[in-house]
Design a protein around this ligand. Structure first.
Ligand code: FES
Ligand SMILES: [Fe+2]
Length: 363
C-alpha cells in the first residue's frame, strides 16, 4: 500500500496542493471538539489553529474558567498565546495589555483609560462529558451569525443518568484528509469488504488468519433531524465458511453534522451496549485531528470493551492510507451497486457556504 509516511516532504506538498484543489470548502458549519477540559490547567495557555482561524484557549487562575478567543491581540496583533495568565486575565506579550474572558481590556500598563468596549470576541464553548465544543459557521452570514446553532452537541443519555462510565479515550493524531471523506465512508458500502474484512488483534495491525469480518451495511438519512445521518452495520465473523457463534455485533454510527461528531452504539448480544464518540477537527484543509472517547455500563467487562473498541480502531489505518493519497471525484463514475454517494453529498451541502455547495453536483 502506498503510504505518505515514506514520501519526501516536497512531494507531499505538491500532492496535497493538487488534492486540496479538488475538494469542497474545508470548514463546514457544525460543532467541533476543541479540547479535553481536564487537560487545561489553571494558568495554562494553548494556541489552537483550526477551522481557518487562530485561537487562544486559556484557563483563569482564580475562577478556573476556560476561555477561547481570537489569538491576534486586538491592539497591534501579537499572538496572545505567547503571553501569560494573570489572575482572571490573559496578558499580551507585546505591550502587556490584559484582557478578561469577555474580551475587554482590564489593564494597560501605560494608560489610565483602557477602552471600555469589548475588543476581542470570546467564543462560547459547550462542555459535554468533559469535552469542549465550539460551534463554527462556515461563512459570515449577517443574519445567521447571532442565531443559535441549529442542533446540539450530542449527549449520551446513559452517561448523564450515571449508568455508563467513561472507559477510555484516545488521541488518534492527525490525518491528512478532508472532512467529507469520513462522511463518504458511510455511504461507500462497497469498500467494506475490500478494506475492512480482515480481523486484526485489537488495537494492532496483526492479522488473525482464517477469520473474515462480514459487513452488512446500510446508510440512513434521519428524517426528523436533517443534520443527522446514520450508518448501520451488522457485523459477523466467519471462519471455514461458517459464521462464528457469539461474534455478531450491530453498530450504529450517527453523524451529527458534517463528520465533526460521530456517536457509535455497539450492541453486544447478551451484554448490552457500548457508546463511543469520535470527533474530527479540521486543522487545515487536508488535516484532521481525530479523537475518541468511549463509555460502557460497569457490568460490561473491561476486556470486552477493549476487544470491541480495539477491533474497530484496528480497521481505521486501512482507510487512512486511502484518504491521505486520494483526491475528490466531483463526477465519480459509479456502478449500479455502489452506495448512495450523490444522496450523501446533497445532505452534506447544508453545511457548506452557498457559493461552494454547487461544487457538489447532484446525480
Ligand atoms: S499587541 Fe497586544 S498589547 Fe499590543
Ligand atoms: Fe472505511
Amino acid at each position: 500500500m502506498l503510504s505518505l509516511r515514506s514520501r519526501r516532504r516536497d512531494d507531499l506538498t505538491a500532492l496535497d496542493a493538487l488534492r486540496a484543489a479538488t475538494y469542497p470548502y474545508p470548514y463546514p458549519t457544525g460543532w467541533y471538539r476543541i479540547a479535553d477540559a481536564d487537560s487545561i490547567r489553571p494558568g495554562e495557555i494553548r494556541a489552537i489553529t483550526c477551522l481557518g482561524k487562530q485561537f487562544v484557549l486559556w484557563r483563569t487562575r482564580e475562577s478556573g474558567e476556560i476561555h477561547l478567543m481570537d489569538a491576534a491581540c486586538p491592539h497591534l496583533g501579537a499572538n496572545l498565546a505567547g503571553g501569560r495568565v494573570e489572575g482572571d486575565c490573559i496578558e499580551c506579550p507585546f505591550h502587556l495589555w490584559q484582557f478578561d474572558g469577555t474580551g475587554r481590556a482590564q489593564r494597560i500598563p501605560y494608560s489610565e483609560q483602557p477602552p471600555e468596549r469589548v475588543l476581542t470576541r470570546p467564543y462560547e464553548l459547550e462542555d459535554v462529558h468533559g469535552q469542549l465544543f465550539l460551534f463554527h459557521r462556515s461563512e459570515a452570514d449577517p443574519g445567521a451569525a447571532d442565531q443559535p446553532p441549529p442542533y446540539d452537541v450530542p449527549r449520551i443519555a446513559e452517561v448523564d443518568e450515571g449508568s455508563f462510565v467513561r472507559r477510555g479515550q484516545r488521541n488518534a493524531g492527525r490525518v491528512r484528509m478532508h472532512i467529507i471523506e469520513i462522511c463518504e465512508n458511510a455511504v461507500d458500502t462497497a469498500h467494506f469488504q475490500a478494506l475492512h474484512s480482515q480481523l486484526h488483534l485489537p488495537w494492532t495491525q496483526v492479522r488473525v488468519p482464517g477469520v473474515e469480518i462480514v459487513h452488512r451495511a446500510k446508510w440512513v438519512l434521519d428524517e426528523d433531524q436533517p443534520w443527522m445521518m446514520h450508518f448501520d452495520d451488522d457485523v459477523s465473523l466467519r471462519a471455514l465458511g461458517r459464521t462464528l457463534p457469539g461474534g455478531e455485533t450491530h453498530v450504529r454510527v450517527s453523524y451529527h453534522g458534517p463528520g465533526s461528531v460521530l456517536t457509535f452504539r455497539f450492541e453486544l448480544p447478551g451484554w448490552g451496549e457500548l457508546a463511543m464518540v469520535k470527533t474530527f477537527l479540521p486543522i487545515g484543509p487536508l488535516e484532521q485531528q481525530i479523537d475518541f472517547q468511549w463509555y460502557a455500563p460497569r457490568s460490561v467487562p473491561r476486556w470486552l470493551v477493549w476487544w470491541v473498541i480495539g477491533n474497530w480502531v484496528s480497521q481505521f489505518p486501512q482507510d487512512i492510507d486511502i484518504w491521505e493519497n486520494k483526491s475528490f471525484q466531483a463526477q465519480p463514475k459509479l456502478c449500479r451497486d455502489d452506495g448512495p454517494v450523490f444522496a450523501m453529498r446533497r445532505w452534506f451541502e447544508q453545511f457548506l457556504p452557498e457559493s461552494d455547495a454547487e461544487r457538489l453536483p447532484g446525480a
